[in-house]
Design a protein around this ligand. Sequence first.
Ligand SMILES: CC(C)(COP(=O)(O)OP(=O)(O)OC[C@H]1O[C@@H](n2cnc3c(N)ncnc32)[C@H](O)[C@@H]1OP(=O)(O)O)[C@@H](O)C(=O)NCCC(=O)NCCS
Length: 396
Amino acid sequence: MLNNTYSEEIKLVAKPGEIPFAKGLEGVPVGESTKSFVDGLGGKLVYHGHPIEELCEKSTYEEVFYLLLNDQLPKESELRDLTRLMRSYREIPGDIYDLISKQAPRYGVHPMSVLRTAVSALASYDETTEEDSPSEQRRQGIRIVSKIATITAAIARARQGKPILSPRPDLTHAGNFYYMLTGNTPDNFYARLMDVLLILHADHECNASTFSMVVVRSTLSDLYSCVVAGIGALKGPLHGGANEEVMRMLQAIGSLDNVEKFLDDAMSQRLRISGFGHRVYKTMDPRAAILREHAREVTRRAGTEHWLETAERIEKIMAEKYGQRGIWPNVDFFSGVVMASMGIEPPMFTPMFAVGRSAGWVSHIIEQGNDNRIFRPRFIYVGPEDESYQPIRDRK
Ligand SMILES: CC(C)(COP(=O)(O)OP(=O)(O)OC[C@H]1O[C@@H](n2cnc3c(N)ncnc32)[C@H](O)[C@@H]1OP(=O)(O)O)[C@@H](O)C(=O)NCCC(=O)NCCS
């Protein structure tokens, strides 16, 4: 068990300076987990002991979901059962298709907002939402992971005024997602690429969205409420929203000759370069390295090599000039190039991230229930004391 060594008195009446304060909870453990581990100096990510590189090469999203949910790789029959269940849960209620069709094409509405609303609405169509047993929670989790892909694809299609496609039970989770997004049955290359994208995003320890979810779960709120909170956190440009910003940056830079000046200008104004930097990795994020390799073939097929060239030029200059400060590419840097080359429009990048991350989210939410204590940290109060109450007419 983790231990808090401060005295009761300090815990109850903490004042500035009495408890060391880590802004943004940097380096502060908030619980124990068996799901994933990030080695920020070595640049490694493992899911329950399995290196991400090996999972991307040999595994599937369904298998990784099983691993995260159950803390072990499945036997054949176990994987078959999970796959069957996921396929049976893919469809979403007609009302939610209607909601998506109305909201997604509206001007200025971000697809993450539509995703958040649609997942929230799903709770009303699940009769077990208020049931808290581990077995019901697992079923709800599997439903969410299956349906979030259908919702996301429907949002993508509705935004573009294209007919929404029903899920196909004959395809894998990744293959069906690709089909529902693009209308094309994927060949082996695109089915595998989608699997890799989803696996790479499936979990990442105590990131902001997962932490938001376990905080909500710690109050014993339901699984859907937790996921809605996480989607809200993922939307922000400092978290999942960075992939969309990367594509904007590549478009703004335009040509290779502009890269160095663009970066120098941005860094001298202390602006953030999207897709760079990380709270834990102080070296290359291993997910970025994997995505860069996959970007080669998909950009060649799509004729979008110029995006990869620009991205690699940015990577090179950033490494030469700022690598020693620990600012290296993170997962979002190359994922935008890969997704754009698959024909996915930039506002959909963060919802795509959510589809992958849903496996980790539900696994952490369920894990939180195994040894729960409500999250209730402190703010260090730095406001005034003993203020006198002025009648409103006397206030200046
Ligand atoms: C991910 C991120 C939010 C982590 O933030 P953090 O751990 O609080 O890091 P800090 O803000 O303390 O940054 C530490 C230093 O590196 C700099 N830095 C961090 N990320 C940077 C970036 N992307 N571009 C330029 N400088 C960056 C900061 O300016 C700061 O410099 P300083 O010490 O001179 O003030 C941050 O790196 C960032 O904003 N990146 C861009 C958004 C992004 O890609 N997010 C996706 C994450 S997977």
